[in-house]
Design a protein around this ligand. Structure first.
Ligand code: UD1
Length: 420
């Protein structure tokens, strides 16, 4: 077991480079399974536990995959297996994204019901609704979901009851090899959807409307390998922005698409932080006094739920009371109990958290309850007096590349300790 030990109280300053986006690279790696010929070259791949799990799953299926530095090559010409077993899928919900490509290419796919962060019940009904809309038959068998189609999938109109990111991606990938045209209505509009569409189009697919709420996919008979550079991680960037704001430091964050961070930047500015664009990055300077703000998480382009825990950590030190409403996941306040151990004053009522700013946080022994909740604890630890010990950090390693290294370069006192 490993833990992180953070000694807080120092303003962070310097330069940090953002890695490729975890949430963009995962569907892109899954979509490499669609290529009947040619090799996929994916660059800007972050070295993360989730990425390794998905690469291992592709290898288990018979694909050849090699990751060197930030460059991944995948050859999925011949697959020997269309089943994603428990060991891979229970570790990471995104492994369910292999279902669409496998179903489209081979007419059948079998996947263990997905795991991942316990931030809500996280059903897969919308993914399955999409597959059924494309003509698949679905059934459950001993904890697995099985999808089958007689010949090819057939394009159709699919309305998503909620603009689910994963469902939009899975349906896009399946529809890329379907017979005819598919229209996804009320589709997710996240930048990661656009990145996936760009990769699919480079492979020979015809996807239009990605980034709007109607995505149209004209199915092709086959797709080939292609090269692609993954977009920068907007959540990692946002986390370092909050680090500057919370510690009263000044950080230049490189490799950022500011357009993707509009709501985060707007809210940081409301708290008093200064955000300046420059080159391919942004400089964030913390204010002496953090102003309270109200936040509601929403699908893109609203405020991202993946930044809610980090901004909550920031608001624990605001001069006044903030209200945070989480509308995307029903159980995404688990980090609040941990922040309270550090002296934060937060009351949760259903989907609303009322955060009363306190004059200081104190180091404590806490545990990461999920990926972004864990990031919030690091941020709080960096601003706290004394030492914070964060346990269960495997959650954090799923989503932050070279975490201690990047924070240490900014002047943080943070170290990883192995126990037992
Ligand atoms: C993705 C991101 C995750 C982010 C989330 C929302 C990846 C790998 N993960 O997760 O970091 O927090 O988007 O921006 O990209 N839902 C259903 N039925 C479904 C699918 C989803 O009801 O079939 C619900 C979920 O329970 C949740 C909401 O839709 O309440 C949003 O989930 P979704 O957009 O699907 O998130 P993920 O794709 O799992």
């Amino acid at each position: 077991m490993e833990k992180l030990v953070v000694r807080g109280g120092k303003p962070l300053s310097g330069k940090v480079r953002v890695s490729g986006a975890k949430n963009a690279v995962l569907p892109i790696i899954a979509s490499a399974l669609l290529a009947e010929k040619g090799i996929c070259h994916i660059s800007g791949v972050p070295c993360l536990a989730d990425v390794e799990t998905l690469i291992d799953l592709l290898r288990f299926m018979g694909a050849e995959a090699a990751l060197e530095e930030e460059n991944l090559t995948v050859n999925a010409k011949t697959l020997t297996n269309t089943e994603a077993p428990y060991d891979y899928v229970s570790q990471m919900r995104a492994s369910f994204l292999v279902m669409g490509p496998l179903l489209a290419r081979y007419g059948h796919a079998k996947t263990f019901l997905p795991g991942g962060c316990k931030i809500g019940t996280r059903p897969i009904d919308l993914h399955l609704k999409g597959f059924v809309g494309l003509g698949a038959e679905i059934y459950r068998e001993n904890g697995f979901v099985v999808a089958k189609v007689k010949d090819r999938l057939k394009g159709g109109k699919i309305y998503l009851d909620f603009p689910s990111v994963g469902a939009t991606e899975n349906i896009m990938m399946a529809a890329a090899l379907a017979d005819g045209i598919t229209q996804i209505q009320n589709a997710a509009e996240e930048p990661e959807i656009v990145d996936l569409a760009n990769f699919l189009n480079a492979m020979g697919a015809r996807v239009t409307g990605a980034g709007t709420n109607v995505v149209v996919i004209e199915g092709q008979t086959s797709l080939k390998g292609a090269a692609h550079q993954v977009i920068p991680d907007r959540v990692e960037a946002g986390t370092y922005m909050v680090a500057a704001a919370l510690t009263g430091g000044e950080i230049y964050i490189e490799n950022v698409i500011t357009e993707h961070l509009k709501p985060v930047i707007a809210k940081l500015e409301e708290t008093g932080a200064k955000v300046q664009n420059g080159g391919s990055g942004v400089k964030v300077s913390g204010a002496e006094n953090i102003a309270p703000v109200n936040i509601q998480t929403l699908p893109y382009p609203g405020f991202p739920t993946d930044m809610q825990p980090q901004i909550t950590a920031l608001l624990t030190r605001a001069k006044g009371t903030s209200m945070i409403t989480e509308t995307v996941f029903e159980n995404r306040f688990m980090h609040i109990e941990e922040l309270s151990r550090m002296g934060a004053d937060i009351r949760v009522d259903g989907r609303v958290a009322v955060v009363k700013g306190v004059s200081e946080l104190n180091g404590a022994r806490v545990h990461a309850t999920d990926l972004r909740g864990g990031a919030a604890l690091i941020l709080a630890g960096l601003a706290a007096k004394g030492e914070t010990e964060i346990n269960f950090i495997h959650h954090i390693d799923r989503g932050y590349e070279k975490l201690e290294d990047k924070f240490c370069r900014l002047g943080a006192d943070i170290r990883r300790v192995s126990e037992g």
